[in-house]
Design a protein. Structure first.
Length: 95
């Protein structure tokens, strides 16, 4: 898309990193899909699993995609509180 083109929606993608055969491919496919649909893709590399809780830019997002458990539970609860649609991909569940 051109720099001056208007986007219909903005999606935030939170992942521990944007590289590697698994996470990197998931993030890249999400980025490509956003580009094809005319959505703005905003990537947040949290650098960790489960500790990220910065609300920077959250009010600009129409939806959130969380890759693995890359954010803190309180962050996810804040998404719910603000009624920002969110999905989680490849969540590591350990009972």
């Amino acid at each position: 898309m051109d720099e001056d083109q208007t986007y219909s929606l903005t999606f935030g993608v939170y992942a521990p990193n944007f590289q590697g055969a698994f996470i990197g491919e998931i993030v890249n496919q999400l980025r490509q899909y956003c580009q094809l649909r005319g959505y703005r893709f905003v990537g947040y590399s949290t650098g960790t699993k489960g500790d990220y809780n910065s609300l920077l830019g959250i009010n600009e997002l129409d939806g959130v995609i969380i890759v693995t458990n890359s954010v803190d539970n309180e962050f996810a609860q804040e998404l719910v509180k603000r009624k920002i649609p969110a999905v989680s991909i490849a969540y590591d569940y350990f009972p």
